[in-house]
Design a protein around this ligand. Structure first.
Ligand code: KDG
Ligand code: MG
Length: 402
């Protein structure tokens, strides 16, 4: 089965998405997500100029060989742009293989290990009262796991707090908007949120929280300790993990479970974290960490060290990524949870999909492949719009992690 054509589709139904479509001489095609929020066109160019010419004429069934060809063969291996492009090719090829086998992808991977994929939604509010109301809405919808974020008194805006509640878009400016950050204010306020949530709702639901890379190890250790009474499912991205060793200091001081990895691209970005059991959940995803093929490798390695999968699933990961991820997560033995920030109606219309939500779980559906399509005519009606993620400064103007 030869690849005869591959094309990149860029669309902006409210936000930008990059999708790769690979077409074979047998009429079968597959699609893969290649969206890299705020840097979309770099992946488009990488695919169009440097990957697609090398794909034409190759055997679409040789997924592993093509993965190795693109990874080892480019010499400049790793990095988010390269790996998003490789992920898109890999996802599209698994889609084709599952369609050729006339099976949903999870069957090809080894079959379902569970009845559904537990997901967490995003509850957020400008203050603790508003976040409480949002949490209660998620509980009513049947969610078993809920991420909670709240505005910090004295800060004009806070990561994870938005006006749209079921979905939100952090890439909000044609140039990066500037946010203001105070570690002191954040550390004082955040435990109060979880105290209020546990007082109101008890301990029946899983609660999660995203620090979004903003603390130093000793500050993160303090936060983890102060959250222990509220028994979080996880504390996410508590420090930037450019240095994987940083998590050791946090780990030494707290039993709050740690999750990290949404910006990691290969197993090498989390090797120490996993091998030395410094984390509990690894958040690498299909779209940014090498597709299904490489995620299998990360998950297998993580399983040896009691680390579970907790895949990233924000709105900037397209429904194509979500469909592939759900097939993966229905199968993967060491599953933890899947993030699920819903897409807008416009996005869902561009990407018709087989997955569905019920009682806190998503199921990928039973269509052959990963179960997600792209309506190209509709996609063409939404041209690319430049959008950046914000940047962050401390109150004295010092640049900090967003
Ligand atoms: O593009 C950046 C977002 O994907 C990220 O800010 C979302 O941290 C995030 C999360 O946990 O969903
Ligand atoms: Mg995050």
């Amino acid at each position: 089965m030869k690849i005869i054509e591959a094309k990149v589709i860029v669309t902006c139904p409210g936000r930008n998405f990059v999708t790769l479509k690979i077409i074979t001489d047998q009429g079968l095609y597959g699609i893969g997500d290649a969206t890299l929020n705020g840097r979309e066109l770099s992946v488009v160019s990488y695919l169009e100029d440097h990957v697609i010419p090398c794909l034409i004429g190759r055997d679409a069934s040789r997924i592993e060989d093509i993965w190795q060809y693109l990874y080892r063969g480019c010499y400049w291996r790793r990095g988010p742009v390269t790996m998003s492009a490789i992920s898109a090719v890999d996802t599209a090829l698994w889609d084709i293989k599952a369609k050729a086998a006339n099976m949903p992808l999870y069957q090809l991977l080894g079959g379902a290990s569970r009845e559904g994929v537990m997901v967490y939604g995003h509850a957020n509010g400008n203050d603790i009262e508003e976040t409480k109301e949002e949490v209660s809405k998620y509980i009513e919808l049947g969610y078993k796991a809920i991420r909670a974020q709240t505005g910090i008194p004295g800060l004009p805006s806070t990561y994870g707090v938005s006006k749209d509640k079921m979905y939100y878009e952090p890439a909000d400016g044609a140039l990066p908007t500037e946010n203001v950050w105070s570690t002191e204010k954040y550390l004082d306020h955040t435990p109060k949120l979880f105290e209020a949530l546990r007082n109101e709702f008890g301990f029946e639901h899983h609660l999660l929280h995203d620090v979004h890379h903003r603390l130093t190890p000793i500050e993160a250790a303090r936060l983890g300790k102060s959250l222990e009474p509220y028994r979080l499912f996880w504390m996410e991205d508590c420090v930037a993990a450019d240095n994987q060793e940083s998590l050791r200091r946090v780990r030494e001081h707290t039993v709050t479970p740690l999750a990290i990895g949404e910006i990691f691209n290969t197993v090498w970005d989390c090797k120490t974290l996993i091998e030395q059991e410094l984390i509990d959940y690894i958040r690498t995803t299909v779209v940014h960490a090498g597709g299904i093929s490489h995620l299998k490798q990360i998950a297998g390695f993580a399983a040896l060290h009691h680390v579970k999968m907790g895949c990233h699933g924000a709105t900037d990961l397209s429904p194509v990524c979500m469909g592939a991820s759900l097939n993966f997560n229905l199968w993967v033995p060491n599953f933890g949870v899947q993030e699920y920030m819903r897409h807008t109606e416009e996005t869902d219309a561009v990407f018709p999909h087989a997955y569905s939500f019920k009682d806190g779980y998503l199921h990928p559906g039973d269509k052959p492949g990963h179960g997600v399509e792209i309506d190209e005519a509709l996609a063409a009606k939404y041209p690319y719009k430049r959008a950046f993620l914000p940047v962050n400064r401390k109150e004295d103007g010092t640049m900090w992690n967003w």
